[in-house]
Design a binder for this molecule. Structure first.
Ligand SMILES: [Zn+2]
Length: 155
C-alpha cells in the first residue's frame, strides 16, 4: 500500500478527476475506494506513441476513485464542471488546461450571463486547476462582449 500512501499524499487524498475526497481506508475493490490513475491526455498519448522509450514512466500518476479511474482502455478523462456555476459553452477542462501547461498564453473556458457569475467561475477554475495541474499559475481575464462575459485564464 506504500504507493497509495505516496500518491494519496501528493494529491491530498482527493480524486484528480471528480475533486472529491478519497477514503484511504476503503477497499480498493470499492468504486469509491482509492486507485492509481496514469494521467493520459492527447498530448501525452501522442508523445508516448512517438517516443522510443516505452511505457508509462513519464505519465504522472494521480490518485482517483476506482470508479473514476480512466484505467483500462485509456478512456479520456473528463473533469466535471461545478454544477452550481452558470456557464455557457464550457470547454473540456483537461484538454484546455493541458494546452495552457504546454504552450502558455490565454484560453477561453466559457461564457457567463453576468459579471458575478464570471467572477465566481474564474475563482472556481483557478482553485480547481491548482489541484489538477499543481505548479501552473493562472490569472483570470474576463471580457464583456455581446451582453455576456467571456471567462479566460492566462499564464
Ligand atoms: Zn472520483
Amino acid at each position: 500500500m506504500a504507493r497509495f500512501e505516496d500518491i494519496g499524499e501528493q494529491d491530498s487524498w482527493r480524486c484528480w478527476i471528480c475533486d472529491e475526497p478519497v477514503d484511504a481506508t476503503m477497499s480498493v475493490n470499492d468504486d469509491r475506494g482509492p486507485s492509481v490513475d496514469a494521467r493520459m491526455t492527447d498530448r501525452k498519448a501522442k508523445k508516448k506513441g512517438k517516443g522510443k522509450s516505452s511505457g508509462s514512466a513519464d505519465l504522472p500518476e494521480r490518485l482517483a476513485h476506482r470508479g473514476c479511474n480512466t484505467g483500462k482502455g485509456n478512456v479520456e478523462a473528463v473533469v466535471p464542471w461545478n454544477a452550481d456555476l452558470f456557464v455557457i459553452d464550457p470547454v473540456p477542462i483537461v484538454q484546455t488546461v493541458d494546452r495552457l501547461a504546454n504552450k502558455g498564453g490565454r484560453e477561453i473556458f466559457c461564457r457567463c450571463p453576468s459579471p458575478q457569475d464570471a467572477d465566481d467561475t474564474a475563482a472556481w477554475l483557478i482553485d480547481r486547476i491548482s489541484r489538477l495541474e499543481p505548479g501552473l499559475t493562472l490569472s483570470s481575464d474576463i471580457q464583456e462582449g455581446g451582453g455576456q462575459y467571456l471567462v479566460a485564464l492566462r499564464t
